[in-house]
Design a protein around this ligand. Structure first.
Ligand SMILES: Nc1ncnc2c1ncn2[C@@H]1O[C@H](COP(=O)(O)OP(=O)(O)OP(=O)(O)O)[C@@H](O)[C@H]1O
Length: 447
């Protein structure tokens, strides 16, 4: 008894009934569809592990409609049902992604054997994906082994391979996007991981960004352009800050989640894409629903499974590991370590910006650390976090050129860390030109 879901697509009621009853007795959950349109619908809703697909269905009664479903069903294993004489068709189906074929009429024993073999293949693929994810460090990117992070990693391991939508809730900078990425790597999905920050795109553009547009759909739409949903086909679409999505776009997203279909802006025909949706927010969506800013039906569709990323202050046990990791990354080939006071300082702080704030502080401190020294002091960290107030103790003991160099080093380091190493943005912050900044960095030996 395995409980996997099998979709039987066949217009012959007798076959669907008999095979369905047989497979139900074998312990599978069986759903059926009798034409291509209903097959798509049932597939999107039931997310089967296996599809038994008769290629010749109404209304066309040609194999083309059946064959066109194969790429859309790529997240499941498909076995096609053919007539005895249709070897060529069976081979075409296999070349388009079907795993196996069965000639009708099908012997029950052969059906059982074929289904077991196909599902074993699917289970193996999932296991390989999981092991690959572990080896490739799907969870290694997520530093921390305290109880809170261990729970998050366990959720990723268990939910990653499932096809369910996932909602990640947690404060800003707590690693929601990293978790979304890890979920993708822990899945068997071979398509890409595509991410969109719903709050960073103007409301009038977000629909076209997600679903694409056709030429002439609006001023400036000079050519057809596919959206991120199409780009993420066979993969995962991460909707960051889902709470920022405008209401009209929420309607389209709901349709996509319910039916697996969408219509590009300016288009009429619905398109299909097999995409797993992972969403995230630090906002209180239930309060947004109460105020009418977020659709309740969309909320329930999106929150298939919820993973909560803890605030850094709730998992202080991981702070030392995180800090050491970020320092090693930032220091590159230099050997830098924290002084005892620096470590005590890190632990004593509250980190409202969570891991992002910790990382930026350490990057900044490493960038401005004295090149002659191998230690990051508590003072370096205080300065890096404060973003530019030079402690007077640094100045009094030194000559003016030395103090000036230190100040330049620190201010540049702080500006680079605050802008995620964007030279133009850092130069603007510092009130110098980009070229000027690059020259100063070269003079100070900063990379
Ligand atoms: N557990 C972790 N291990 C290592 N790095 C982490 C961890 N959590 C977060 N980070 C780092 O912190 C930064 C912020 O992480 P991320 O963007 O995933 O947070 P977020 O919760 O999605 O933020 P926001 O709500 O602002 O979108 C990234 O640079 C990420 O690499």
């Amino acid at each position: 008894m395995s409980g996997e879901t099998i979709l039987i697509v066949d217009d012959e009621p007798a076959f669907a009934r008999v095979a369905g009853a047989f497979l139900t007795r074998e312990g599978y959950h069986v759903v059926t569809a009798k034409d291509a349109a209903s097959a798509r619908e049932v597939f999107a809703q039931a997310r089967p592990d296996l599809v038994l697909l008769d290629l010749v269905m109404p209304p066309e009664r040609t194999p083309e409609a059946g064959l066109s479903l194969l790429p859309e069903f790529s997240s499941a294993v498909t076995v096609v049902l053919t007539a005895h004489s249709e070897h060529e068709l069976a081979l075409r189906a296999v070349s388009l992604g079907a795993w196996d074929f069965l000639a009708k009429p099908v012997e029950p024993e052969l059906l059982r054997f074929c289904v077991e073999r196909a599902l074993a293949k699917a289970a193996l693929e999932r296991e390989i994906a999981r092991l690959r994810a572990e080896k490739a460090g799907a969870y290694d990117g997520l530093i921390g082994n305290g109880p809170a992070m261990a729970h998050v990693k366990d959720m990723i391991r268990r939910i990653g391979p499932a096809e369910l939508p996932v909602m990640i809730l947690g404060p800003t900078g707590s690693g929601k996007e990293l978790v979304a990425h890890a979920l993708h790597r822990a899945s068997a999905r071979r398509g890409p991981f595509v991410s969109i920050h719903c709050g960073a795109i103007p409301a009038e553009l977000i629909e076209s960004e997600l679903f694409g547009h056709l030429k002439g759909a609006f001023t400036g739409a000079h050519a057809d352009r596919p959206g991120l949903v199409a780009t993420a086909r066979g993969g995962t679409l991460f909707l960051d800050e889902i709470g920022e999505t405008p209401l009209p776009c929420q309607v389209k997203l709901l349709r996509f989640l319910q039916e697996g279909t969408y219509t590009p802006v300016g288009g009429r025909e619905a398109r299909r894409a097999d995409v797993r949706i992972v969403s995230a927010t630090h906002r209180d969506l239930e309060a947004m629903i109460a105020s009418g800013a977020f659709r309740e039906d969309l909320y329930y569709r999106l929150r298939g499974v919820v993973i909560r990323t803890p605030a850094l202050d709730e998992r202080r046990e991981d702070l030392g590991f995180l800090a050491a990791h970020f320092l090693a990354q930032a220091a590159k080939k230099r050997k830098l370590r924290f002084s005892q006071e620096a470590l005590a300082w890190l632990v004593a702080q509250s980190w409202p910006g969570n891991v992002r704030e910790l990382k930026a502080t350490i990057e900044c401190a490493a960038a401005l650390a004295d090149p002659q020294s191998s230690t990051i002091s508590a003072e370096d960290l205080t300065f890096a976090r404060g973003g530019g107030v030079l402690p007077t103790s640094d100045v009094v003991a030194e000559t003016l050129p030395e103090a000036q160099e230190k100040l330049e080093r620190r201010m540049i380091g702080a500006a680079l860390a605050a802008t995620e190493h964007n030279h133009s943005a850092a130069a603007r912050r510092l009130g110098v030109s980009r070229v000027g900044l690059l020259k100063m960095m070269a003079r100070l030996g900063l990379r």
